[in-house]
Design a protein around this ligand. Structure first.
Ligand SMILES: *[C@@H]1O[C@H](CO)[C@@H](O)[C@H](O)[C@H]1NC(C)=O
Ligand SMILES: *[C@@H]1O[C@H](CO)[C@@H](O)[C@H](O)[C@H]1NC(C)=O
Length: 585
C-alpha cells in the first residue's frame, strides 16, 4: 500500500513512476534480492485466493512475417535456441534463396535440367529472428525425425529419393545437413520415428510400407525391415493409418495407435504384448489427422522403480473414416465436420478403457502441445474436411487448454483466438520461455499466395494464460549456474531458484522436463513431459533463494537420453527453462 501511494504521488508530480520500475533500494540488492522478469514486490506475501476463472486468456504476437520456407516440419533445437523448419523440395521454390556461393540444385524430372536455387530448410533464431537457409538435396516431404542424445536432429524418410534417406543436422553454427539416401530398408513417406529408452530409433510405417525398422548407425544401410501386420489390418480405403502415434511407455514397450486401434509392442521381442479396445467415432491418424499426446509422466519423490510409473495417452479430434474421400476424391468436394471428442486411456493398466470427453469445438489438423505445467494446448487446424490439398474448411482459430489434472467436466478452457488460419501443414513448438511458436499452413500444391488459404509464412508466438502479466511475481527464475545440467538416471536433481516469494510451498511447486518433439502433420514425435518428484525445498529468505531437491528419471524408459527443457512451475506459472541433458552414467 505504501509503495502504491508513493507511486501515485510521483505520478502526479513527475508524470512517471520510476520508483516502481526499479523498486529495490541498492541495500536490498546487496542482500542478494533479485526479482525476476519485471516482477514487482508484493506488499505482503500471504498467498491470495486463486481465481477460478482467470481473465487472461493468452496473447498472440506476430514474430516474423517471413519464415522463408513453409514450416511443414518444425523442431526446436536444444541449447542453440533455434527452430529448424523444413518443407519439401518438390516445388523447386520457397521464399528464401540458397546462401550466396552455394551451387543450385540440378533437378531432372525428365524434361531437361532445372536449376533450383531456393532453400527448403531454415534455422530461425527464436530471439533475434535471424533466418539461415540450409541446403537439402533429397526430398523431405512428409518425413519424420527425432533428436539424438547429443542434440543432433536425425530425420528419416520423405518422398522419392528422400524416402529411404536418413539425414542429420548437428547443433552448431553453419553445420550443414548430412544426407544418406539408401539408409532405410523400405521407403517411408508419412512414417513415425520413435526414440527408445537406450537412445535407438525405430521408424514405423509410411505409405505402402507396413513394416518398421531400427535406424542403423550414421552412414550405414539397413536391410532388415520387420513386417508389422497391425499396419496391414488398420489400412482402410482412405489409408487412415499413416503417421501412426507411437509412444515409449514407462515399461519399455511401445504404444502404437493407427486409425482407430492401438496395441502395445515389445520392441525387443517384436511381439504384441496387448491390444487396447478400439477407439470408436472415426479415424484418428493421417489423413483423418487427430492430435495426440503421451500425457505427463509423474515420478514420485524417492521413486526408484520404473514399473509403478503410470502412462496415459490422449487422442483428440480427427474425422470420419471416409472424410478424405468426400473432401479429396468426390466432386463437388464435401467437407464433413471433424470430430469434437477426445479419448483418454491408461496404457499401463491391465484392463484399460477409453474415457471419452467432448472438446468445445471440433478439430482436425491441429497440434497438441504439452505445456510445462502438464496441461495440453490444442491449437491450429480446421473444423471440417480432411488432410490433403485444399481438403479442409473452417479454420479453428481458438486454442483450447486441456487441463490434464482437473476433474472430468472441468478440463477444457478456450483461450484467445488467433487471426491467422493454420490449416494443413501447420506446426507449433513449446519454447523455453513457456510461449508456443506457431508456424506454417499450406494447403496448396506449391507456394500460392492468392489461394483461399494462402501459403502461410508468418510465424506467431502464443503466450498461454500462465503468462498473465499480473502473475509475473509468481514466476521463479532458475539459477542455471547453481545446478548441474548434466543429469544421470537414478540420481537426485538439485535446482536453485530465485523468487520474491517468502516461501515456496512444496505443494505449489512442480519441476518438469520436456523433450522437444519433431512436429509435422499434427503429430509431435517423441513429445514427452516428465514431472520430477520434489523431495525437499529449503528457502533462504534473506537471499531470495530456494534450493529444490527432486527425484529424477530412474531410467531411459521414463525419459529417453538426450536434451530436455527443465522448468520450475510455481502456482502453475512456469519459469524460463534451462537445458539439461540426461544419459547413462
Ligand atoms: C532426386 O530426384 C530428383 C528427381 O525426382 C532428381 O532431379 C535429383 O537430382 C535427385 N537428387 C539427387 C541428389 O540425386
Ligand atoms: C475402425 O476403423 C475401421 C476402418 O476405418 C472401420 O471399418 C471400423 O468400423 C472402425 N471401428 C469402429 C468401432 O469404429
Amino acid at each position: 500500500m505504501l509503495l502504491r501511494a508513493l507511486c501515485l504521488l510521483l505520478l502526479i508530480v513527475t508524470g512517471n513512476c520510476n520508483f516502481f520500475r526499479d523498486p529495490f533500494p541498492s541495500f536490498i540488492k546487496d542482500l542478494g534480492f533479485d526479482f525476476p522478469l519485471g516482477a514487482t514486490p508484493s506488499d505482503d506475501n500471504t498467498p491470495k485466493p486463486k481465481k477460478d476463472k482467470p481473465n487472461f486468456k493468452g496473447r498472440w504476437e506476430l514474430f516474423t512475417e517471413n519464415s522463408g520456407v513453409s514450416a511443414m516440419h518444425l523442431i526446436l533445437l536444444p541449447k542453440i535456441n533455434k527452430v529448424l523448419m523444413f518443407d519439401s523440395t518438390i516445388w523447386l521454390k520457397s521464399n528464401i534463396m540458397l546462401p550466396k556461393g552455394e551451387p543450385c540444385r540440378m533437378v531432372d524430372e525428365g524434361q531437361g535440367v532445372i536449376h533450383d536455387c531456393y532453400a527448403h530448410s531454415v534455422l530461425l533464431d527464436i530471439e533475434t529472428k535471424e533466418l539461415v537457409p540450409l541446403r537439402l538435396n533429397f526430398d523431405t516431404w512428409c518425413s519424420s525425425g527425432a533428436l539424438a542424445i547429443d542434440g543432433t536432429l536425425v530425420s528419416t524418410g520423405g518422398f522419392r529419393n528422400g524416402s529411404d534417406t536418413a539425414r542429420y543436422l548437428s547443433l552448431g553454427d553453419n553445420s550443414p545437413w548430412r544426407e544418406y539416401p539408401g539408409t532405410l530398408a523400405n521407403g517411408r513417406w508419412y512414417s513415425t520415428q520413435v526414440t527408445l529408452g537406450d537412445g535407438r530409433f525405430i521408424v514405423f510405417g509410411g505409405r505402402d510400407s507396413p513394416t518398421y525398422e531400427f535406424l542403423p548407425a550414421e552412414g550405414q544401410g539397413n536391410t532388415q525391415p520387420i513386417l508389422f501386420p497391425f499396419l496391414v489390418e488398420t489400412k482402410d480405403p482412405d489409408e487412415n493409418n499413416l503417421y501412426p502415434f507411437v509412444y515409449l511407455s514407462t515399461d519399455g514397450n511401445l504404444f502404437v495407435f493407427a486409425n482407430n486401434r492401438s496395441i502395445l509392442l515389445d520392441p525387443n521381442t517384436q511381439k504384441t504384448v496387448m491390444e487396447f479396445p478400439v477407439l470408436p467415432g472415426g479415424s484418428r491418424c493421417y489423413p483423418a489427422s487427430a492430435s495426440s499426446v503421451l500425457l505427463p509422466i509423474v515420478i514420485q519423490p524417492n521413486q526408484e522403480e520404473d514399473k509403478k510409473i503410470q502412462a496415459e495417452v490422449l487422442v483428440c479430434g480427427g474425422a470420419k473414416n471416409d472424410a478424405f474421400f468426400w473432401a479429396d476424391r468426390n466432386r463437388p468436394k464435401l467437407f464433413n465436420p471433424a470430430n469434437d471428442d477426445c479419448g483418454r486411456i491408461k496404457i499401463t493398466e491391465s484392463k484399460p478403457e477409453w474415457k471419452i470427453e467432448k472438446m468445445p469445438s471440433p478439430r482436425i489438423l491441429g497440434d497438441a502441445i504439452i505445456l510445462p505445467t502438464g496441461d495440453v494446448l490444442l491449437l491450429n487446424g480446421a473444423k471440417a474436411g480432411s488432410a490433403g490439398w485444399d481438403d479442409a474448411r473452417e479454420p479453428n482459430f481458438t486454442p483450447v487448454m486441456y487441463r490434464t489434472r482437473a476433474s472430468e467436466n472441468e478440463r477444457f478452457r478456450e483461450l484467445e483466438p488467433s487471426k491467422i488460419a493454420r490449416m494443413y501443414h501447420s506446426t507449433s513448438a513449446l519454447l523455453p520461455d513457456g510461449k508456443v511458436m506457431v508456424a506454417g499452413s499450406n494447403t496448396n500444391n506449391g507456394y500460392l499466395f492468392d489461394a483461399l488459404f494462402p501459403t502461410e509464412l508468418r510465424v506467431e508466438k502464443f503466450s498461454p494464460q500462465y503468462l498473465d502479466p499480473t502473475r509475473s511475481k509468481e514466476r521463479v527464475q532458475i539459477v542455471a549456474d547453481a545446478m548441474t545440467t548434466q543429469l544421470k538416471y537414478g540420481e537426485k536433481v538439485m535446482i536453485q531458484v530465485r523468487s520474491p516469494q517468502f516461501k515456496l510451498d512444496k505443494t505449489k511447486l512442480q519441476v518438469t522436463m520436456y523433450s522437444p518433439p519433431f512436429t509435422t502433420h499434427g503429430i509431435s514425435m517423441n513429445q514427452r513431459l516428465v514431472q520430477l518428484g520434489i523431495v525437499d525445498v529449503k528457502s533462504n529468505v534473506y537471499a531470495g533463494i530456494h534450493n529444490i531437491v527432486a527425484t529424477g528419471p530412474p531410467s531411459g524408459n521414463i525419459a529417453p537420453p538426450g536434451y530436455y527443457m527443465l522448468f520450475v512451475n510455481f502456482n502453475g506459472v512456469p519459469s524460463v527453462a534451462v537445458w539439461v541433458q540426461i544419459k547413462q552414467a
